[in-house]
Ligand binder design. Structure first.
Ligand code: NAD
Length: 461
């Protein structure tokens, strides 16, 4: 039996932004385990087996190639692989529900529940089920009820191991995590299962960085971590609006407060707003959970983090319109970047989506450039493709435009030849720096009218 050469058989259900990189790193670090990733999406599985992975992450292809075919496998045969696995990570998507009770707030657990039922149907021996997806607190009890509903003598132990990686730095985050969190029931079998998961990570993560907790704390910690991260962005963004009114500079304010070790300097970069598949969804979920326990003040507090983010996106577009003489109808505007952050092609909840739609509503012609995200941008804007253009080359994208708006902090935008860009633009030429990454003084010297976030503008008009 070839399988015997591996000491553990690990399966991951869901080959997305989390399942793919997480399992690739486990396989690369632990050649003694067989790691298989399955998905219902056969195209995606095909891409994981190719040179062009379905997601872009720096360093990911190298990690995948190190283990692929050795102890890392991709497959669409879900049930067969469930049968063979000792440990099953579930990393399916848990988007915000769009229908029925809790629509627009609570997590849509249909993919999650389907997975639980598939595991129940296919398993013929005891399994550890690991919640890798981000889930509402107390989901494990529903999972346990489903998987242990058949009286077939098979024991399923559910543990929680939320993923804290950030897109764009997924491989580095997985190789050197700040912490790994593993929660379980405080029963003997719960603690045994938890130890099995600890043992996996202990192959490369220092033991003091692997923390264990009860299962509910673990589930809740993931939602709270994202809520706190997003809250810092909304906090500094709210102050950026005040800076623009008072000639204070938000970078100077952020630097000054960040030097206080109780506050810390990270995640204090003002911008057009946060995006990504998780922050909004997880806060909405937290809000829904708080409401469902009757904690309205708690719900309202966190809801405001999203409210400020929406405000910041809207404020950005309003500013563009007002400084461009209150009309942008018929004007060409280049968006530099579409991904929700640099070093990823992911555009889920990207501020660029809202900004594009609002500019198009004002009858502007939007030209989108991005080194990785154009395919996703085309999907996001499917219904308005006749009103937008896509151009991978930023120089071409800016040609003949009235304004450039920076939406993503790609390094490449910092070092373009802005003299050349300026020469090809309509005048007066505007730059709206939604990420505060461009050399503003230099742009102003060239002739641009420069509008950063939370800093005094520099205008020739
Ligand atoms: N993206 C992130 O940065 C990030 C970070 C931490 C945690 N998370 C959480 O991890 C989870 C997964 O997120 P993601 O970004 O990887 O999502 P994703 O959409 O990229 O991937 C999920 C995958 O699951 C597959 N899937 C759905 N139902 C299935 C089923 N029944 N059987 C097999 N496969 C199925 C989908 O086809 C998809 O490929 C979510 O709960 C998310 O909140 C995401």
């Amino acid at each position: 039996m070839p399988e015997r050469k591996f000491s553990k058989q690990i399966l991951c259900i869901g080959a997305g932004y989390v399942g793919g990189p997480t399992m690739a790193v486990i396989a690369a670090k632990c050649p003694q385990y067989k790691v298989t990733i399955v998905d219902i999406n056969a195209d995606k599985i095909g891409q994981w087996q190719s040179e062009k992975l379905p997601i872009y992450e720096p360093g990911l292809l190298e990690v995948v190639k190190q283990a692929r075919g050795r102890n890392l496998f991709f497959s669409t045969e879900i049930e067969k692989n469930i049968e063979e696995a000792d440990i099953i990570f579930v990393s399916v998507n848990t988007p915000t529900k769009t229908f029925g009770e809790g629509a627009g707030k609570s997590a849509d657990l249909q993919y999650w529940e389907k997975t639980a039922r598939t595991i129940l149907r296919a398993a013929k021996s005891d399994k550890i089920i690991v919640e890798k997806s981000t889930l509402p607190v107390r989901t494990a009890s529903a999972m346990e009820r489903i998987v242990n509903s058949k009286e077939n003598g098979i024991h399923f132990e559910v543990v929680s191991n939320p993923e804290f990686l950030a897109e764009g730095t997924a491989v580095a985050d997985l190789e050197k995590p700040d912490r790994v969190l593993i929660g379980s029931r405080e029963t003997e079998s719960g603690r045994r299962a938890r130890q099995e998961i600890v043992d996996i990570y202990a192959n490369w993560v220092p033991r003091e960085r692997i923390i264990t907790s009860n299962i509910w704390s673990s589930e809740l910690s993931k939602l709270v971590a994202n809520a706190f991260l997003a809250q810092r962005i909304s906090s500094i963004n709210s102050i950026s609006a005040l800076c623009e009114k008072t000639e204070a500079d938000v970078s100077e304010v952020a630097y000054a407060i960040g030097m206080d070790s109780r506050i810390g300097s990270k995640f204090l970069q003002a911008s057009v707003g946060f995006g990504g598949s998780c922050f909004k969804k997880d806060i909405l979920n937290l809000v829904y959970i708080a409401e469902s326990y009757g904690l309205q003040e708690v719900a309202d507090y966190w809801q405001n983090v999203i409210k400020i983010n929406d405000y910041q996106e809207n404020r950005f577009v309003r500013k563009m319109i007002s400084v461009m003489f209150n009309t942008i109808a018929g004007k060409r505007i280049a968006l530099f970047g579409f991904a929700f952050k640099a070093d990823t092609g992911d555009t889920r909840e990207a501020p660029a989506i809202t900004v594009t739609r609002k500019l198009v509503d004002e009858r502007a012609r939007v030209i989108i450039t991005d080194p990785q995200a154009i395919p996703n941008a085309k999907k996001d804007l499917q219904d308005i493709l006749d009103q937008v253009e896509f151009e991978p080359d930023p120089y071409q994208a800016a040609q003949g435009t009235h304004a450039i708006a920076v939406m993503t902090e790609w390094k490449l935008y910092k070092t373009l030849d802005y003299r050349k860009i300026y020469a090809g633009m309509e005048k007066p030429a505007f730059v709206f720096d939604g990420r505060n990454i461009l050399p503003h003084d230099e742009l102003y010297q060239i002739g641009f009218n420069v509008y950063p976030i939370g800093k005094p503008s520099q205008s020739h008009i």
